[in-house]
Write a protein that binds this ligand. Structure first.
Ligand SMILES: [Fe+2]
Ligand SMILES: [Fe+2]
Length: 171
């Protein structure tokens, strides 16, 4: 590991961005799997894929919100020009939870027969909605918040944030 990789690893903003890329991959997987449910040949694989992505969102996406809400946003509380955007982004986290909830509830009910015909019809729309709001939010954060926050905070902040995020995962 060279010096650059090491500082990259500890940089809190980069860590948030890396998680965004994983969230986008999982969103793509979820959308694709929901669309393939209706295909009898792909149904079983789709169900597995949906279960896997739903468990990702239940774990990793929750921790990502914690990283932002407990590690990044509080550091920005004293920067007046960022207050408005932080409060919008914070509210959007609740919208993500609300959009994810019906998907989680459906998946939780499944037994070995998988989704009902009605659920099969509902899932693509629910996944598309989650995908759309998440991507808009991520773009907003990376375009309008992270660069401004990095500039406004002291130079040591990015690494301090990275250490907090690591500690949150018990590493
Ligand atoms: Fe966020
Ligand atoms: Fe984020």
């Amino acid at each position: 590991v060279n010096d650059r990789d090491q500082s990259d690893e500890l940089d809190g903003f980069r860590r948030l961005e890396r998680t965004h890329r994983r969230i986008e991959e999982k969103l793509d997987a979820l959308v694709a799997a929901c669309a393939e449910l209706a295909d009898p040949e792909r149904r079983y694989a789709s169900i597995e894929r949906i279960l896997e992505t739903v468990s990702f969102f239940a774990r990793a996406a929750v921790r990502h919100h914690d990283d932002e809400e407990e590690t990044l946003f509080p550091r920005l509380a004293t920067i007046p020009k960022l207050a408005a955007i932080v409060s919008v982004l914070h509210a959007e986290h609740h919208a993500h939870d609300q959009a994810f909830e019906p998907i989680r509830r459906i998946v939780e009910r499944w037994d070995e027969t998988g989704p009902s015909a009605k659920e099969e019809q509902e899932l693509p729309g629910l996944a598309a909605k989650l995908n759309a709001i998440y991507r808009r939010h991520i773009a907003h954060e990376e375009r309008d918040l992270f660069p401004a926050a990095r500039t406004a905070l002291p130079a040591s902040a990015a690494e301090e944030m990275g250490r907090e995020m690591r500690a949150r995962r018990g590493k």
